[in-house]
Design a binder for this molecule. Structure first.
Ligand SMILES: *Cc1c(COP(=O)(O)O)cnc(C)c1O
Length: 363
């Protein structure tokens, strides 16, 4: 494993610097929670979590399996379980000390049963829907669920959170986000006035931390910015997807390249074949559209991107065989964000699409 020409190079010092930028923004008195769901946004769940656990207070995963993998790899910091789980997964949640972020009260008795069974206490965070319109208790449902949790001797109400719908959408999202912050603050103040003091109060995602200081409360949760993709000075893309030119050939004028014959050589053209395709996470809709970088020059993707191979036109590139090719990375015009714009998605999807079969190299 790891000798393929195609690989994702991950720069751990940039990752640490990016995390530091978020900690500086929040201030040292606040806690930070790093999202490592989705295979650490494609960067590799376990290696990234081991680097991060010394820099953050909490890691956040989406699935129970991700949390279990982290524990089995030796991670001991708190792990917040952001997404929905089944009743069958509760024994694992309790025995691996994962912290569920709950949006309904269906499982409180099961949590209590299993926490008692394992003779431990289970920390719980409550999620509040202040406008996201996804999971989360409505504001008026919060106090009743707190009362129920308080009746369970093995459950500990450790946190309360909300999630922003449009914090990364610039001024368009400002009024809406401020309204979400306002509703959440009101709720927190009303709980405090009833002597309900919850240590972890968190609302801000990465965009919230960078743009809304009033959203800080006692902890920030961020993901994409740590991997370098928020529009903020100093943040740098951590991952570079690379390969090498593995075959060169010349396509005669008028002949075509790849499935569907969608590209025809305007002149005799030197072509490079790259051992990467959509099964590695390079989107097929970049066919005849994508650009790659070799040394400091851009070259075009020609013909359809296949499952395991793709072609680039490299007219006049001497000694092309074996040359290193950047698919995207820390480059102002060729990064996961520019790739996302070109293929009609967002950097999150570009990064999480990098397949398991692509070896990750940590540098
Ligand atoms: C993924 C996630 C985050 C991190 O969001 P970014 O936009 O990557 O900073 C924060 N909170 C919740 C609930 C999430 O699911």
């Amino acid at each position: 494993m790891g000798l393929r020409a195609t690989r994702a190079e991950i720069n751990l010092s940039l990752f640490k610097q990016n995390i530091q930028i978020f900690q500086n923004k929040l201030g040292s008195e606040r806690k930070i929670c790093l999202a490592v769901k989705g295979n650490a946004y494609g960067h590799g769940l376990i290696p990234m979590s081991h680097v991060a656990q010394n820099l953050v207070d909490m890691l956040a995963v989406a699935t129970v399996d991700e949390g279990v993998q982290l524990r089995e790899s030796g991670i001991i910091c708190p792990i917040l379980l952001l997404s929905i789980h089944t009743r069958e997964e509760i024994p694992s949640i309790v025995s691996y000390h994962l912290t569920p972020l709950i949006s309904h009260d269906y499982f409180l008795e099961d949590y209590q049963y299993w926490a008692y069974h394992f003779q431990c206490s289970l920390a719980i965070h409550i999620k509040v829907d202040t406008g996201m319109g996804r999971a989360g208790f409505f504001i008026e449902e919060v106090l009743p669920v707190i009362k129920k949790i308080q009746q369970c001797p093995n459950l500990l109400l450790e946190g309360i959170a909300t999630h922003f719908a449009v914090a990364g959408d610039g001024l368009d999202g400002q009024t809406f986000t401020e309204q979400q912050i306002h509703l959440f603050s009101q709720l927190i103040n009303s709980l405090k006035s009833q002597q309900i003091n919850i240590p972890y109060i968190h609302a801000a995602n990465g965009a919230g931390i960078l743009h809304y200081p009033s959203s800080y409360f006692t902890m920030g949760r961020f993901g994409i910015g740590a991997y370098g993709y928020e529009d903020y000075s100093g943040l740098k893309p951590v991952l570079a997807l690379k390969t090498k030119i593995s075959i060169i050939k010349t396509i005669k004028k008028g002949n075509s390249v790849s499935y569907g014959c969608t590209w025809k050589a305007p002149n005799d053209t030197q072509i490079g074949i790259l051992p990467i395709g959509y099964a590695d996470g390079y989107f097929r809709n970049l066919s005849n559209k994508g650009k790659v970088l070799i040394n400091d020059t851009f070259y075009s993707v020609v013909g359809r991107v296949c499952m395991d191979q793709m072609m680039i036109a490299i007219p006049k590139l001497p000694n092309a065989l074996g040359k290193d090719v950047l698919l995207y990375g820390d480059h102002p015009n060729l990064n996961a964000h520019t790739i996302a714009e070109l293929s009609g998605t967002i950097s999150y999807e570009v990064l999480t699409a990098i397949a398991a079969r692509v070896p990750r190299k940590y540098i």
